[in-house]
Write a protein that binds this ligand. Structure first.
Ligand SMILES: [Zn+2]
Length: 77
């Protein structure tokens, strides 16, 4: 899931940790690889934010894949 867009279909999820220089608070965002690059570029231009960490999350196969939904429809005519 990408924070940038609910319909984002890009593969690969990256966890981006940002720090607000003003408040000192860390914010965690999740983006696809394409949007991560875009977001990091935005943050680097923003004096209030700095990138603390950027990690690529490995998507294990079928981790949050809804399994079994299509099996039910086989009973319908
Ligand atoms: Zn995205």
């Amino acid at each position: 899931m990408c924070d940038r867009s609910g319909n984002c279909s890009n593969d690969g999820v990256c966890q981006l940790v940002l720090r607000n220089r003003t408040t000192g608070m860390d914010v965690v965002e999740h983006h696809c690889k394409a949007h991560l690059v875009l977001r990091v570029w935005e943050v680097e231009r923003d004096d209030d934010l700095e990138v603390v960490d950027a990690t690529t999350l490995q998507q294990s196969s079928a981790a949050d894949e809804p399994v079994g939904q299509e099996l039910h429809s086989s009973n319908e005519r």
